[in-house]
Design a protein around this ligand. Structure first.
Ligand code: ASP
Length: 330
């Protein structure tokens, strides 16, 4: 934990800096001046900081993989060329957990703390949580934050590859679900996953299993050139295992190179295929277990693995290992 002395603040939009418009709250520029004004007279915050706005400013509901890569590029440039020793990303809360997870994998090997924060109410609104989150994140960085990607929210520092948005209208909106973390750590990080390596966009899909899911639904989804499908299975990783047509759609997709990954749709669940025959049949169809990973973590990890051009087999191997604490505690 090193105290940050020269921080890079990257403003991407989100409620924290939004202003009221006729259509409702919308992203607005000029946040640096508002932040400097807010900091005047706050003697306890002494670290130096530089500021950049990522264009276009977004309601985070509009975030895409391309925006994750733009954030990654801005952060890497600020650290490597700008000499910054810590990063604070200001971001909307709706997809904050997804960006935190994606950045956790895109920034593997970057040796500075990267904190993300935002707020449930805009800066300046009466009773807003914006300053508590922003000022708290600045203090945490100044006092020394751990390397890696973290979410600072409502007074808590939460692991970037474990966090989930749980509430749409409360200040304590984020949590780390008590999912079981078991698995093996990767030894040394493969060179291809280093933060400096180029990444490309990936055609990813997520599907929660539900009673009544038909093989044709799955066929339609997988027919669009999907490179990886994240299936949110029941309980400990079960699914409609007596539907032979559905299993063969999965098998065929896997045979043509699609990565099929499984997580549990239970908030406190994890995948252990062998508990039920209905789980082991899914594994036999080609699914790889995501253990106790969240949807956000699994999606960000699949993006990072396939975006770096890894083969199906290598992506599956690394998906099953812990890269940055997403699967294993400690
Ligand atoms: N819709 C907003 C966003 O995600 C919500 C927020 O920032 O709290 O940008």
């Amino acid at each position: 934990m090193r105290p940050v002395k020269n921080l890079f603040v990257l403003y991407t939009g989100g409620t924290i800096g939004m202003l009221q418009t006729v259509e409702g709250l919308a992203p607005a520029g000029g946040f640096e001046a508002r932040m400097r004004e807010q900091l005047q007279g706050q003697d306890e915050i002494t670290l130096d900081w530089g500021f950049a706005e990522l264009q276009p400013l977004l309601d985070s509901a509009n975030m895409t993989q391309a925006n994750w890569l733009a954030m990654r590029d801005a952060i890497v440039e600020a650290v490597e060329q700008g000499g910054h020793d810590g990063v604070l990303v200001l971001h909307g809360t709706d997809t904050l957990a997804y960006s935190a997870a994606a950045l956790s994998f895109l920034l593997l090997g970057l040796d500075v703390p990267v904190l993300l924060t935002g707020s449930m109410q805009p800066m300046g609104a009466p009773g807003s949580d914006a300053w508590d989150n922003l000022g708290g994140a600045l203090k945490a960085l100044q006092n020394g934050a751990p390397q890696g990607v973290w979410l600072y929210f409502n007074g808590e520092l939460l692991h970037g590859a474990r966090v989930t948005k749980l509430c749409s209208d409360a200040f304590d909106a984020f949590t780390v679900l008590p999912r079981k973390r078991v698995g093996e750590r990767t030894g040394s990080l493969p060179e291809t996953l280093d933060y400096r390596q180029p990444r490309q966009l990936v055609n990813l899909a997520v599907l929660p299993l539900f009673p009544g899911l038909r093989a044709e639904h799955l066929r339609a989804l997988l027919g669009g050139g999907v490179q990886a499908l994240l299936l949110e299975c029941y309980g400990s990783g079960t699914g409609p295992s007596d539907n032979e047509e559905l299993l063969s759609v999965l098998r065929e997709a896997h045979a043509r190179g699609v990565v099929l990954a499984a997580i549990s749709q239970c908030p406190q669940g994890h995948v252990a295929f062998d508990v039920y025959a209905a789980g082991s049949r899914l594994r036999d169809a080609g699914l790889v277990s995501g253990g106790g990973m969240t949807r956000e973590a699994a999606l960000g990890k699949l993006f990072s693995l396939l975006g770096s051009g890894l083969s199906q087999a290598e992506a599956e191997r690394l998906f099953a290992l812990d890269l940055c604490g997403e699967r294993v505690d400690g």
